[in-house]
Write a protein that binds this ligand. Sequence first.
Ligand code: MG
Length: 625
Amino acid sequence: MSPERPRRSIATVCLSGTLEDKLAAASAAGFDGVEVFEPDLVAAPWSPAELAARCADLGLSIDLYQPFRDLDSTDPERAARNLRRLDRKLDVMAALGVDTVLVCSSVAPDAVDDADLLAEQLAAAAAHAAGRGARIAYEALAWGRHVSTWERSWDAVRRAGSPALGLCLDSFHVLSRGGDPAGFAEVPGEKLFFLQLADAPALRMDVLQWSRHHRLFPGQGAFDLPRFVECVLAAGYAGPLSLEVFNDVYRQADPARTAVDAVRSLQWLEEELALRCPQLGLPLPPAAPPLTGWSFTELAVDDVSGPQVGGVLAALGFAHTGRHRSKPVQLWEQGPHPASRARVLLNASADRSAAAGTASVAALGLESADPRRSAARAEAMSAPVLPRTRGAAEAELSAVAAPDGTEVFFTRTGPDGWPADFLPTGERPGPGAGITGIDHVGLTQPFDAFDEAGLFYRAVLGLEPQEVTELAAPFGLVRTRAVTGPDRAVRLALSVSALRRGGWAPGVPEPQYVALATDDLVATARALRAAGAPLLPVPANYADDLAARLDLPGDLLDAVREHGLMYEEDAHGGYLHLATDVLGDRVFLEVVQRLGGYDGYGTADAPVRMAAHRRRRQARTAGRG
Ligand code: MG
């Protein structure tokens, strides 16, 4: 018998749009079922029976009706009225064909604090449900008036002793209050009626605001969801893994896209569970093969930006070594040995919606230990391999699209690999200016794609998201998060404006950069200056501040001043770096040297760099005018 995965469900409240939009998106992404969020039903044109038929047509079960609020009351009259309200909802549930209703702990002023009275009222409600063949899943809201912990909700369910009353465990409510899922072991499996999953970033704030604005899909935040679910399954839960995520972005983003992001979060979570709990016999997707380095970075260019970027690559010591057999793509290389060589492709054929004269990062070539398995892995993580047109005698290359549209290629660079697609120009790669490879690529994410991107690189490529940091940049707060392989052979620095930009946007719009590695930045900088590379000037104030903060050797400080270098440190080492001017309105190049075990991306220096880029843009604009 082949192992079975848990059923995948999603609350309709996770998705933007009307109920029609939400169901279509959930079905297309491959969910098995939905939780029907009552306000979505109330606003829908369908009767409950028609909704049930629509879900059946789409291959979706209805797994939960939610939420029923403020059931218990210290006012006997109101308690009786709440039971009558419950009866009406049980009618709706019967027409929907769903047998479980979520009752969340009351937040009302008349909520019951007395444990016995609460149990008595829950038991009465469960009796109403049982009479209709239904059952109640009781959930402790983290901000419930008297019941705000799962332990308290379990105490009420246990006291009530009703077979039609069980628990709904919601990872956000438990983990946001520091609850320990190990305690679920004391709950009999048949009392675990439902499981709702949400991740969240590590924030210190009011739990209601945290829940309402910042929930994330599993694998996007800071909660240990694999352990949480492991504890729930170990206690005997056998229902669906259901997502319940409220988030300012997902509330307004394209639901079709959100649903794919959501299903990927469960695909990732299921793999984590399969690895942690082999006894469960869960199916495993193809493992992500190790990514051993960069084969290339591809920039989309046009007639204006192509020659500009090519000229700067030449000044940086690159040689134009190849011309693609069938497309207007140039190969530029630097480094004497194929194993430590930086490669940049300039592609003038990419589909372009960008303004004339723009250059942008179009594709990343990553060396995979097994490109075919990388592609199979991507398919298993809801990232379909992109269709490609390929000429005769051209290498087979699989690529997937990252959330920001960047294509990610899985390559093996060898004599028979993708470089064979390029006809030699006669130029040979040499030592150039001492650049030995690509250290990392920095990509500004579209506002809506930041969390999605972290999960994409984690689930599809097997890269690990690092800590989220925020920096106060000259034109607004910027949030950054790197994703890296375990050995750091591949690093990506993702960033996003913490708020949407308004009309005043003086900085480089959605900047991208390619950070090139050198073993001796001072020597490289000297060579670049001699070759006339357009290096970004750094204010003298920067070097003065550096000298005040750190006890740096005099010759290093001299080099910082002389060449406009930047330097920062973390707990493991130091980082020397420089940047070029912006090329084609969006992209710039960095040259970086890691000292010791430095593991960052020069983020602390980014505001200085941004201000300098702004100054250069102003100078250029003034020159044009
Ligand atoms: Mg919930």
